[in-house]
Ligand binder design. Sequence first.
Ligand code: OSB
Ligand code: MG
Length: 370
Amino acid sequence: MRIVSAEVHQVELPLVFPFETSFGREETKVCLLIALTAGDGRRGWGEVPAGAAPLYNEETVGTAWHVLEEFILPRLFEQDVPHPRAFPPIVASLRRHHMAKAGVEAALWDLHCQADGISLSTALGGTRGAVAAGVSLGIEPSVERLLNRIREFLARGYQRIKIKIKPGWDADVVAEVRRAFGDIRLQVDANSAYTLDQADVFRRMDGFDLLLIEQPLAEDDIIDHAALQAQLRTPICLDESIVTPDDARKAIALGSCRVINIKAARMSGLTAGVATHDLARRAGVPVWCGGLLETGIGRAANIALASLPNFTLPADLSASDRYFHEDIIDPPVRLNADGTVTVPTAPGLGFRVLEDRIDRDTVKRATYRR
Ligand code: OSB
Ligand code: MG
């Protein structure tokens, strides 16, 4: 593939309702969208799900833009890329900036699949036609408000509920959720809000039959997580701590987790996401597909990835209407009656990208040429 130009769009889409985690509250989805144009005129799309501030990881839309403009896109234009899997080595010597790299790699996958007339799911090795969908719900101003949200999403048919926790909003809230909804599939995500000396909170939660406890401790830690996992029956699932396939190998070897949340964007792209899936599968460790409140473009790639065989737990892949009044893909992602999301079979991302909506939501844009 010869890429002749790259458009970078910074978009802002209002969320249907605010999303609060232990690290902050978001009312608007801010990210970069990348459109690559190939020599044959085809366009491929990818998302850089970095936010306005470096809260989930170290990247922001500003750092991603800088690194794309100054380093990643110039390298892309320097050579032809025979396959999307040839892209990671081209940018490997640029340290980190995983989301910026992942956005370009996703657009290359879209182009590659369009050219071959295959779906992204097929290209990645997907084996299922639908993915079990869960919903991730933020911290609310009151327990009652959270219970109402959960009720609403259970009624829509989501197969599992994930709630965000932080010190002061944890074991008691989980107890109330269990009391209200019985044995629903339930998990929690701390986004690194605790330290090992707060282990008693997790020992308490160990009695609530959670599917998993996501990222309780520091984002750069796999030592204390191993110590905590040894005290718990409930699997620890790592999110922020796993940014390369090698991190996954080490965390599994140390016993730092028994489940892994895979977000290709956190790991520099779909190639690394698939590699992590493969090594976890060989180790007998289940994985599931996480999300970063992506627009339809990022979510389409996540759906394709989640169709691989070892994605055995419900994904943070909700319908478009959980996030946005109007998504930027057509059709929007919809929840099936059985609580799944269909994996598209059309070539590439499998959805039509609504460029006029992207233009409407774009606050900053630039085009770079070979
Ligand atoms: O930790 O999984 C997370 C959203 C933003 C940042 C971090 C996380 C999340 C989610 C949302 O939980 C999942 C989704 O996209 O539905
Ligand atoms: Mg998480």
